[in-house]
Design a protein around this ligand. Sequence first.
Ligand SMILES: CC(C)(COP(=O)(O)OP(=O)(O)OC[C@H]1O[C@@H](n2cnc3c(N)ncnc32)[C@H](O)[C@@H]1OP(=O)(O)O)[C@@H](O)C(=O)NCCC(=O)NCCS
Length: 186
Amino acid sequence: MTQTHNLSPTLSRLTVRFATEVDLPQIAHIAHVTWDATYSETIDAENRREFLARSYSIESLATSIGAPGQWFYVAEFEQEVVGFGHFVRRYHPTHGRAELVRFYVLPDYQNMGIGRAILKTGFAALAEARIDRCSVSVQATNVRAQKIYEQHGFTFYRNHGQFLGTQIITLSQFIRPIIAEDLRQD
Ligand SMILES: CC(C)(COP(=O)(O)OP(=O)(O)OC[C@H]1O[C@@H](n2cnc3c(N)ncnc32)[C@H](O)[C@@H]1OP(=O)(O)O)[C@@H](O)C(=O)NCCC(=O)NCCS
């Protein structure tokens, strides 16, 4: 799915499309830059480095490209990939469930509506796939991202701890129903 958004003059050259293998080095670059900008105060440098080396290696990212039950999008602004959002189907015996597992936009391109365009494209794809609920886990201290999720219909569900290298970080899980309205991307 490729979606061109015309939300504002600034975004008239924004395209959200599926990631391909060619995009992987840029996705890894965005992750490194944005992780450093977002988590330098809360996650130790060595733990960040290890996590990124493991989860954003080209080999690790490549397993998600075109895989069933995965919707991995990049946002291209003026022909440059500047952000990405990755949704994954989660098993549930009776319901369609998914999780937003990666969501990053380069600091210089944040607050322009690019994240919003990625979310809308993803929610539409989830609705089409008959997913009825999407979750996301965000660091409890990352109030800014939580505000964005709430603005897009997520509500707080619960806190849980997770090891990140030598640290335990508290994650806040948010959930959002996926509804027929999400099929419309206006
Ligand atoms: C979270 C993130 C991906 C969102 O992407 P983004 O492109 O910055 O998001 P948007 O520009 O769509 O803005 C989202 C909200 O920011 C605010 N915003 C947007 N433009 C703004 C502006 N010019 N001035 C102030 N606030 C603005 C609005 O509240 C907007 O909500 P809306 O969609 O209801 O208008 C991005 O900010 C990011 O990478 N943050 C750091 C990493 C992170 O925390 N990732 C999430 C991990 S769980």
